[in-house]
Design a protein around this ligand. Structure first.
Ligand code: DX5
Ligand code: ZN
Length: 227
């Protein structure tokens, strides 16, 4: 199970301190949301911020590009210290060259699917990705409510993974709290990206631990073992 606090929900006036808090939290990854004001109606931060916080952390950096033209940004984010770069399947015919480019930069590849987009769009790329990211809100802002209609996509992604004996992770991003994480774990998710629930908790460390316990408790693979 991967627990990934999303920096978008941290206090931007104290990003350095917030990343140090994430370092001490027991989290596995730090999720960094990059918004270009075009693919989504919001702007977050760019490669210089990623580079600055990279120097403060050994966490795995999961960089989520919500950008219309990621091809012009991949090299900058790779050089800034991304470990994985996520692009969106909504970019259509750009997706295949983007995956190739991310791999050629020696970074792990994530592919995200927005709530209105069919999960079938991801199918051609399943054997080329490290993470399939099911967006459980319409991207652009933290603090939104989880969209339950996305749960069957997680089940489908998990079914494909078994059928084809693939090992990509299934991530969920948006509105993940202690309750929705349980629902996602039951459906087959194993990477939990969470901004508001983790960074706004009084103790980030306690919140990460609790989210991990809940994800484990609802993991169907572990339930099989118990039987
Ligand atoms: C949504 C972003 C998410 C966001 C999640 O556009 O991709 O990563 O930070 O935030 P919460 O957990 O607050 O919904
Ligand atoms: Zn994200």
């Amino acid at each position: 199970m991967i627990i990934a606090p999303s920096l978008l929900a941290a206090d931007p006036a104290r990003f350095g301190k917030e990343v140090e808090r994430a370092n001490r939290s027991g989290a596995d990854w730090l999720h960094l949301d990059i918004m270009d004001g075009h693919f989504v109606p919001n702007i977050s931060f760019g490669p210089e911020v990623v580079r600055a916080v990279r120097s403060l952390s050994k966490l795995f950096f999961d960089v989520h590009l919500m950008c219309s033209r990621p091809e012009i940004l991949l090299e900058s984010f790779a050089a800034a210290g991304a470990d994985e770069i996520i692009v969106h399947v909504e970019l259509g015919e750009q997706v295949a060259p983007l995956i190739w480019k991310i791999k050629s930069l020696n970074k792990k590849v994530g592919l995200a699917v927005n709530p209105p987009t069919a999960i079938a769009e991801i199918q051609p790329y399943l054997d080329q990705i490290d993470l399939l990211l099911v967006m459980t809100v319409n991207p652009g802002f933290g603090g939104q409510s989880f969209i339950h209609e996305c749960l069957p996509k997680i089940q489908q992604a998990d079914a494909w993974r078994r059928e084809r004996k693939l090992s990509y992770r299934i991530g969920v991003d948006g509105g993940i709290n202690f309750q929705t994480a349980a629902e996602c774990a039951r459906a087959g998710a194993d990477a939990f990206i969470s901004g508001t629930t983790l960074f706004h908790a009084r103790s980030l460390r306690t919140a990460v631990k609790k989210l991990r316990q809940i994800a484990h408790a609802h993991d169907p693979a572990l339930a099989d073992l118990k039987m």
